[in-house]
Design a protein around this ligand. Sequence first.
Ligand code: GDP
Length: 456
Amino acid sequence: GDGAVREARTRPRISKQDIMDKYNSERGATKEQLHMVVIGHVDAGKSTLMGRLLLELGQVSKKTMHKYEQESKKLGKQSFVYAWILDETGEERSRGITMDVGQSKFETKSKQVTLLDAPGHKDFIPNMITGATQADVALLVVDATRGEFETGFESGGQTREHALLVRSLGVSQLGVVVNKLDTVGWSQDRFQEITSKLSAFLRQAGFKESDVTYVPCSGLTGENMVVKPTAADLTSWYTGPCLIDVIDGFKTPERPITKPFRMSVNDIFKGMGAGFCVSGRVETGMVQPGDKVLVSPLGETAFIKVLMVDDMPIQTAFAGDCVSATISGMDQQNISVGNILCEPQRPIPITSRFQARIVIFQLRVPITKGYAVVLHHQSLVEQAVICKLVGQLHKSTGAIIKQKPRCLIGNSIALVELEVSRPICLELYSDIKELGRVMLRVGGVTIAAGLVTKVY
Ligand code: GDP
């Protein structure tokens, strides 16, 4: 038979300290990963800001830049150049749930940052939700221009909505970019007026003051983005960090390497030798070649033969790594995208009924009991039904304001029970964030995103 199967073993449990030592010796030198979503009112300058940032950090080739400059000159819209950079990188789509989330990467001193979503797109909000469900931190961009900040901040403006939304989805650290400050002559008074209004609101929305940083910027002029400011009107009163330092200063989520092993299957393909390959992200724990794994909710066991990251074999895959694994000991026909590989002794919970705290976006028809949705969990897509409306929640405090509502309307937050057409793997958000987030879609439109609060 198969050598790998004979050699395969159930790895004896390694102590937490040993796992951490192993991680430090194998990965100590690599940068921490951070997933960031950019939010804010339309026209706040999000695309310009991020496009400019990628440009300043050398992520855009001269050739591409030249092409955009020519095109934008023709249109007489030179300022569009930066926004186009984002649209371009936004074309590199990844699979499954992140399908409509464009991703671009850049590095700071200590971090590798993945920018989620392509804010330049006009159907921005559904994309933003997708991005927000995967974000560790958020950048909130506000337009400092007189009248414009106020428009975005009023009820109905997206500044409040987006901030509440990301907070509801578990994001606790926020960088606030007070953008376009060039339009008000870098006025310190204006900066203070905006930050004081926002900080009162953000505190109420559940952000800790110590987790919010304000930074004056201009995406258009590039002021205070990657180097200390030079504009005298700004340097006369501002001595704080520039944007890249604010991003560098975010706390990265801990890699849950000592938790039980779980890896989502995002793709399955034929390998080079015997067996087949699956690719996906190790969400928690660690795995090594030779390990026996349980394929859930299927219930079959298999063996890990080889692990690769970026086409290079590795000794150990840790939480946070995107890997491809050669698998043996099971039939390729039986495994499917959305399955979770896990540790046989400490398997992932399997359920077809659970409770979630959901943020509801726009709806054509209010949600009532029996409302059918398509549930997205990692790369898994399943039919589901909202079978119980437990309560409607207060938007900023999260307290129940109405028990057992008859219906739920758009732009609200609620606690609901969902029933899936067949059992799926799920974790509580409080246990494992990445496996405790779900999205609900109807007809290809995201109508809600949520956190798993109870598994039955
Ligand atoms: P988005 O909708 O938030 O992505 O905003 P855009 O990046 O598309 O910018 C909206 C408009 O604001 C465009 O016309 C930009 O040229 C302009 N703009 C963006 N950033 C700045 C800035 O820092 N200063 C000034 N004066 N204008 C800006």
